[in-house]
Design a protein around this ligand. Structure first.
Ligand code: OXD
Ligand code: MN
Length: 603
């Protein structure tokens, strides 16, 4: 096929990769429905894809991966910066020269017997001043169809790129060359110890080898839009964050834009698509995973969602927890590692419906309640099984979610999963304390940590631990620097904990749609409609300002939910000091100031 571009750098790179990987053929992708249908047809033919029942789930397909290839693999993910200290303690580092030698050996001939797809994509609305162009080369047709949904794949990307434009080269292979006559496996990939997901930050280059799954293979997402972009952002004065973006509109039509960072399993996608229970207030979704944010001409911080779809965790997605996510994958969707029911639809654990029979993610016959030889329930879907859904199908998507200028962020929300210590909501006194809150966001693995003596906290700064493409201490300093740039136009910062429990393990807060009450209090604060109570940890709602009308929460439970136990807080602070000590002399002085000030306030 003739290359649809005259961009020399791109043509040279594609020629170089073709020579190294020796595919059967090179196909330039155009992102069209025709291309999507053709590839799906080929994958159904080869047995890789299952076409779902057209009546139940129109234009949708299911895939089952190899059991060794089901999630991001942090132990095989590298930041190969020239200097080790630039990768910092939260990343795996390997010398880029050595790594390139190892990988070049693996890449040589790795696409034998396969097609090499060249996928031009834009992260962010094509042509937006905040968007960036990437080119993914991959030998996986599964990657191509997922990229169609998750990014903007179109010939327009090459038009915007032009003859001289710059792009992020993203090289991917499943690492499973085919000898002549060799039958392909259903989900080709390389063994774990041969998988590599590598970022070269000085070259803005991504090399991924051996995995076909999610964030390891759809390189626009975690690799580009977070790891590489966070490093670019720090040099260029913007931010690439692991945050959802939503719009909350009050009954008078005033809009507030909220960006929120939560570690995994804290309901980020649910919050992004929340159904407000506050009368007259409405939530609309802009993004569920990544925010790119840049100061605008008016000095405020503007955000875009660089993605075009949702790559959501399937188990737990139900009518009760997130009807909007379910609706987003009602058609035109891809499902990976779920149950395919006997009537050609999909099912997963905690979907809120029974599965009478189907095929599990291992391709074995399956039905609800099945047990293994030892009496353990066999799960039908993998816990990290996913739906790939088009954002455009989300019923509560903001109509202007693709505004190239982005939306002005009013509020940052941080949080974690804590059974105790952290109240439902508190606000930072100022942006710098907000940075401390984000940097020390923590969850405890189980409610067993109620036992004070053994609190084992997992810190996950800004929910970015696996995604900061450089030294995490420098990253924290970048947050402080952004605060200085934004000055009094910086978003207000809040910390929430939806997960507080009583001593006997009962949830104190109903969560889900009721979280809108907490968001409303934040908006009222931003508007100056309500005062707050000053406590040692920050600002908290005055009695009655966060309305509980219609909720069955006793006065004692409310007091417990909002309690600031200074003794417990001191334990969290000392855990935070211990955690942050590993950043050594890269830990910003301002972070130490924040910790000292908090300690003094706690008395
Ligand atoms: C994701 C993740 O898949 O954060 O979004 O791991
Ligand atoms: Mn994520």
């Amino acid at each position: 096929m003739n290359a649809p571009t005259k961009n020399k750098n791109l043509l040279n790179w594609v020629a170089e990769i073709e020579a190294m990987c020796t595919p059967n053929q090179v196909v330039w992708c155009d992102g069209s429905a025709k291309e999507y249908d053709r590839l799906m047809g080929e994958m159904v033919e080869s047995g890789m894809a299952i076409k779902l029942n057209e009546e139940k789930r129109p234009n949708s397909y299911a895939f089952n991966s190899d059991p060794s290839d089901v999630a991001r693999i942090e132990s095989r993910t590298y930041i190969a910066s020239v200097k080790e200290e630039d990768a910092g303690p939260t990343n795996n580092w390997t010398d880029p020269v050595e790594l390139k030698k190892t990988l070049t050996k693996l890449y040589t001939g790795c696409m034998k017997g396969r097609t090499m797809y060249v996928i031009p994509f834009s992260m962010g609305p094509i042509g937006s001043p905040m968007a960036k162009i990437g080119i993914e080369i991959s030998d996986s047709p599964y990657v191509v169809v997922n990229m169609h949904i998750m990014a903007r794949v179109s010939p327009k990307v090459l038009e915007v790129l032009g003859d001289e434009g710059e792009f992020i080269p993203c090289l991917h292979t499943v690492g499973s060359p085919l000898e002549p006559g060799q039958k392909d496996s259903r989900w080709p990939c390389a063994p774990i110890e041969e998988k590599y997901i590598v970022h070269f930050p000085e070259e803005n280059l991504i090399w991924s080898y051996g995995s076909g799954y999610g964030g390891n293979a759809l390189l626009g997402k975690k690799c580009f839009a977070l790891r590489i972009a966070s490093n670019m952002a720090r040099h260029e004065g913007w931010m690439a964050e692991h945050m959802l973006i939503l719009r909350f509109t009050n009954p008078e039509g005033k809009q507030f834009h909220i960006a929120a960072a939560f570690p995994s399993a804290c309901g980020k996608t649910n919050l992004a698509m929340l159904q407000s229970t506050v009368p007259g207030w409405k939530v609309e979704t802009i993004g569920d995973d990544i925010a790119w944010m840049k100061p605008g001409e008016d000095g405020r911080l503007y955000a875009i969602n660089p993605e075009a779809g949702f790559f959501g965790v399937a188990p737990g997605t139900a009518k009760s927890s997130n009807p909007m996510a379910l609706a987003s994958c009602r058609k035109d969707a891809i499902f990976t590692n779920v149950v395919v029911t006997d009537d050609g639809d999909v099912w997963w654990e905690d979907m809120g419906v029974e599965c009478k029979g189907g095929t599990d993610w291992h391709n074995n016959p399956w039905k609800s309640g099945m047990k293994d030889g030892e009496g353990n329930t066999i799960k039908g879907a993998h816990p990290n099984s996913r739906f790939t859904a088009r954002a455009a199908l989300c019923p509560v998507l903001c109509p202007d979610w693709e505004d190239p200028a982005g939306v002005p962020i009013d509020i940052f929300v941080f949080g974690g999963k804590r059974a105790n210590t952290i109240p439902l909501i508190h606000e930072a006194f100022n942006f710098e304390q907000g940075v401390y809150m984000g940097a020390t966001a923590s969850s405890e693995p189980t409610a067993a940590a109620l036992d004070l003596g053994n609190v084992s906290l997992r810190f996950d700064p800004f929910a970015m631990t696996p995604f900061i493409g450089y030294h995490a201490g420098d990253y924290m300093q970048h947050w402080f620097d952004m605060g200085e740039t934004l000055g009094d136009k910086a978003p207000r910062c809040f910390y929430v904990n939806w997960f507080r429990k009583t001593d006997d393990g009962k949830w104190l807060w109903p969560g889900y749609g009721e979280n809108s009450r907490v968001l409303k209090w934040m908006c009222d604060r931003v508007e100056g409609k309500v005062d707050a109570v000053e406590t040692p940890i920050g600002l908290m709602p005055k009695d009655g300002d966060l309305t509980l009308d219609g909720l069955d929460i006793s006065a004692e439970d409310w007091a417990e939910l909002m309690k600031v136990d200074t003794h417990l807080f001191k334990t969290t602070l000392s855990n935070a000091r211990e955690y942050l000590a590993k950043f050594g002399d890269k830990l910003p002085a301002k972070m130490v100031e924040q910790m000292d000030a908090l300690e003094a306030r706690l008395g």
